[in-house]
Design a protein. Structure first.
Length: 402
């Protein structure tokens, strides 16, 4: 990783050294592009790794098998593999109803349906890899203004500025680049919040993940090393104050009641974090010489764990398009308007389908009405008994159907 210096002119500037921006900068640099990576944090990848406490406070990401394949093809999977917990099976059920379905890796002839990894470990290890690359890393930098010209775009951060032919915003749902562009967003409020945290079990989870739909929304449990599981509990917004005031033991009892005894007794829970759930989409994913990716482009409901995996598929497509810009005579213009428009066209179907799939799951598997719950349960029974439908659903969650 090159430290900030006098160099100010690049082919591509990536803003946001998180789960999207870090691997993106790495693979584009390896294609031969001169890449700068800006991030608000002053810390390096080593600092991030040192900050992981290994206890019950870790937040995680569920990587689909398709995302794992992409990381593997880039040579990025080996340093991540030791910290990634495989998902061998997913059990989907409706609380209070008989219907359920199981998605099994063995039925798809794969080792795992996906992998669960700690967010800070993933980001930290990706930044360590960037440390050994030609990426020009600029920490402690917040974009305050952007200005596009015919042949380049200027990116201002503090009192400094960089120029590039393409600016990629991967700086999250509160994207400073998107704000500088004045890009409008469309927001859907689910009137829900998510409680995030980790719990420990008395028994082994056997690498099984669970998605349980309840009257207030889905509850997901994701396997972690040993007898630990990450949980995402969706609750009505009206419950936030009450739930936030529960101590660890009372919250453990609440979680146990919602999930049941399929995994035996929950032994303990760690610190919890509550976030509001909204779907937020940028009205446009591109602007002159600018592309929005990841949560800067769209934030999805966490049900099904589709958001990050969609972003990885976006990265893979962009990587292919920019690779086609490399000719025997050199590097073509990565920020030209027709290339960015072509990217949007190529990705539109998968993006639209994933957004609708997630939105439908979030809305359909929620509610206290007895009849809809029974209908939904029958749908889960049907999913488990109709093999082609179950296989399509499995491949969708694995990120292999796009």
């Amino acid at each position: 990783m090159n430290n900030p210096g006098p160099e100010t002119d690049f082919d591509i500037v990536v803003v946001g050294a998180g789960l999207v921006g870090s691997p993106l900068a790495q693979v584009l640099s390896e294609q031969g592009w001169r890449v700068a990576l800006l991030d608000q944090r002053p810390s390096s990848g080593v600092d991030l790794l040192d900050s992981v406490d290994g206890g019950l406070s870790q937040r995680c990401t569920a990587l689909s098998l398709g995302s794992k394949y992409w990381f593997d093809r880039q040579g990025l999977w080996q340093p991540l593999n030791e910290d990634a917990c495989p998902i061998r099976q997913v059990v989907i059920s409706q609380k209070g109803q008989f219907g359920s379905t199981r998605l099994r890796a063995a039925e798809m002839n794969v080792d795992a349906l996906g992998y669960v990894i700690n967010n800070e470990l993933l980001t930290g290890k990706l930044l360590q890899l960037i440390g050994n690359s030609s990426v020009h890393f600029v920490p402690d930098s917040t974009v305050t203004r952007v200005s596009a010209e015919e042949q380049l775009i200027n990116v201002y951060h503090g009192t400094a500025a960089l120029s590039a032919r393409l600016l990629i915003a991967a700086d999250g749902v509160s994207s400073s680049v998107r704000e500088c562009l004045g890009t409008a967003v469309r927001t859907h409020d689910y009137d829900q919040s998510a409680v995030l945290g980790m719990l420990s079990l008395e028994t082994d989870h056997n690498n099984v993940a669970f998605e349980r739909f309840t009257e207030t929304g889905p509850l997901a449990l994701l396997p972690r090393p040993g007898n630990l599981m990450n949980f995402v509990e969706c609750i009505d917004s009206s419950e936030v104050q009450q739930v936030s005031q529960l101590d660890d033991d009372h919250y453990r009892q609440r979680l146990q009641q919602r999930f049941g005894m399929r995994l035996g007794r929950f032994d303990g829970v760690g610190p919890r974090h509550i976030i509001s759930l909204n779907r937020i989409e940028a009205a446009q994913q591109i602007a002159p010489r600018t592309l929005l990716l990841g949560n800067a482009a769209r934030l999805l409901h966490p049900v099904g764990g589709q958001g990050y995996n969609l972003a990885i598929r976006d990265i893979a497509q962009l990587q292919r398009l920019l690779g086609e810009c490399i000719t025997a005579s050199g590097l073509a213009d990565p920020g030209k308007a027709d290339l960015l428009s072509h990217f949007v066209k190529l990705r539109a179907s998968d993006q639209r389908r994933t957004v609708q799939f997630t939105h439908t799951l979030a809305r359909s598997f929620r509610g206290r009405s007895e009849m809809p719950a029974k209908i939904r349960a029958l749908g889960l029974v049907g999913l488990d008994t109709v093999s082609p439908l179950r296989d399509w659903f499995t491949r969708s969650t694995m990120g292999l159907s796009a």
